[in-house]
Write a protein that binds this ligand. Structure first.
Ligand code: ATP
Ligand code: MN
Length: 483
């Protein structure tokens, strides 16, 4: 095969060197044949934009052009020239053409027309080749990079927390078991229960639901750390906001109280959005257009009130409202939808858990800005959250966004050994398993805080995608682990 030293389409389009000879490789999006030339739109994933490739039929023969269809892969060498056609500045006039891989038009599933997202989920092995999914993949990458940059620039250390965990402290019943025992014939104890002492790790193990507890150990020595890894939840909730495998960003900071925690969360979210606006402009413009086209087919009440960029600026330019859970419940109880019984889960009393319909009401209707709710009832929150002086609420803080509802869950952590132990006993958290966690409160304990940002929920927000299955390349959901 000929020399494949190629220039990426993004590079060629950014500063076109007219008259230069370039080799470009990519996949055919569309082909149009007129009298004696063929126009091929080629894309290599480096940008949302295609390059127009112009092939002289007399020079290259009609036979090869006849074999080129959507999805085929090409390497073309030729001269970059100014394009006389509208819609592009530059085109490539082909000197050498290599058909690297054919794509049979009767079999290739991605035709140059609009496919539904549901259809594309079943073609996840190829959906990267669509404008929508390549745009999302590039935005996702930019956001991963931005997360690391944000924390690195602030002096945080990234630590890898374990994916296999021996404690199920946080996610009783919602965890995936990790075992090498033979499910048909496991070793048994005398009472008939499975003897996990003979399992690989000598104990029951699961996939982690959060890296927080281990990240805390890091923070209590390195001061400011974060973990950014995969987390797993076997919750059988088939919603547009839940995955069984998702990625979570979890910073933990020593010497931070809940206010410092909220400041960091707000700063990080704004940083990520500003980064996307600055670095993903072309992809966001495409995704915004895409969303506007979709909106036309939706019922009035399902329409998004804001255009994508407008929505991103809405977060960027507004100070987040900070209210207590008690205040939030008062607002919700007296709200129109509650009185008119429009909420699926009516709010009648203090202590109720907020659902996303309530969270979105606070953000989209009441405050018209992102909201941070603090000081939740201790009964609906985790054992490690710091108990307030009222002994009824804990120093939790959830960040609520338009469209998404809860995007961040965090808290100041309980640093007092006795209080923490008491909470664990009250909530039947196995203290023996978490002896190491408890010891950090015995030796040089300090006030500290942290939070968890669901990475896919953030990507949903930034790309405007309605279903979380479309912002991770290979979604894992109940009954679905193809690819
Ligand atoms: P929810 O009430 O929405 O299920 P949660 O209270 O279970 O969320 P946390 O345990 O606080 O969530 O997790 C921290 C963050 O992780 C959430 O704010 C959310 O952004 C994200 N998250 C939680 N569960 C999932 C999931 N199943 N899929 C994707 N992201 C999730
Ligand atoms: Mn959940």
């Amino acid at each position: 095969m000929k020399d494949l030293k190629r220039t990426k389409i993004a590079t060629v389009l950014k500063t076109p060197e007219f008259g230069s000879i370039k080799t470009i490789c990519g996949w055919v999006r569309t082909k149009r044949v007129s009298k004696n030339v063929a126009f091929i739109a080629l894309n290599d994933g480096s940008t949302i934009h295609n390059i127009q490739v112009v092939v002289d039929l007399e020079k290259h023969g009609e036979e090869i052009i006849a074999e080129i269809h959507s999805g085929a892969s090409l390497s073309v060498k030729g001269e970059l020239t100014e394009s006389p056609g509208s819609g592009q500045v530059v085109e490539l006039h082909v000197h050498e053409l290599n058909l690297l891989g054919k794509a049979d038009p009767d079999e290739y599933p991605l035709q140059p027309k609009r496919h539904t997202l549901e259809f594309l989920r079943e073609k996840a092995h190829l959906r990267f080749r669509t404008n929508t999914f390549s745009a999302i993949a590039r935005v996702r990458h930019a956001m991963i990079f931005a997360v690391h940059k944000f924390f690195n620039d602030k002096g945080f250390y990234n630590i890898h927390t374990p994916i296999i965990t021996g404690s199920d402290a946080e996610g009783a019943g919602e965890m995936f078991r990790v075992s090498t025992l033979d499910p048909k014939n496991p070793p048994l104890n005398e009472d008939g229960s499975v003897n996990f002492k003979e399992d690989f790790f000598g104990k029951e193990t699961n996939l982690t639901v959060s890296g927080q507890l281990e990240a805390e150990l890091g923070a209590l020595a390195l001061s400011e750390v974060y973990t950014f890894g995969p987390t797993f939840r076997a919750e059988n909730s088939n919603t547009t906001r839940h995955l069984a495998e998702f990625w979570m960003i979890e910073p933990e900071m020593a010497f931070y109280d809940i206010h410092d925690d909220m400041d960091l969360a707000e700063e990080m979210l704004k940083y990520l959005i500003a980064y996307a606006l600055e670095n993903c402009a072309d992809d966001l413009a495409f995704l915004s257009q895409r969303q506007q086209n979709e909106e036309k087919n939706k019922k009035e009440e399902d329409r998004s009130p804001m255009e994508l960029k407008e929505k991103l600026l809405f977060v960027l330019e507004n100070e987040f409202e900070r209210i207590t859970y008690t205040e939030a419940i008062d607002i919700l109880r007296n709200s129109k939808p509650n009185k008119k019984k429009k909420f699926q889960f009516p709010i009648d009393q203090w202590g109720a858990d907020m659902q996303s319909e309530h969270e979105r009401y606070l953000v989209e209707k009441h405050f018209k800005r992102p909201v941070i709710v603090t000081d939740y009832p201790k009964d609906i929150k985790a054992f490690y959250m710091k108990v307030n002086a009222d002994n009824k609420t804990v120093r939790a803080m959830d960040v609520l966004f338009p469209q998404i509802g809860e995007i961040i869950g965090g808290s100041q952590r309980e640093e007092n050994y006795d209080t923490l132990l008491k909470r664990m006993r009250e909530m039947s958290v196995p203290e023996k398993e978490l002896w190491w966690y408890l010891e950090t409160r015995k030796f040089g304990t300090v006030p500290h805080s942290g939070f968890g940002l669901g990475f896919e929920r953030m990507i949903q927000f930034i790309t405007g995608m309605g279903n979380i299955r479309d912002v991770i390349p290979f979604p894992r959901t109940p009954q679905n682990a193809e690819f």
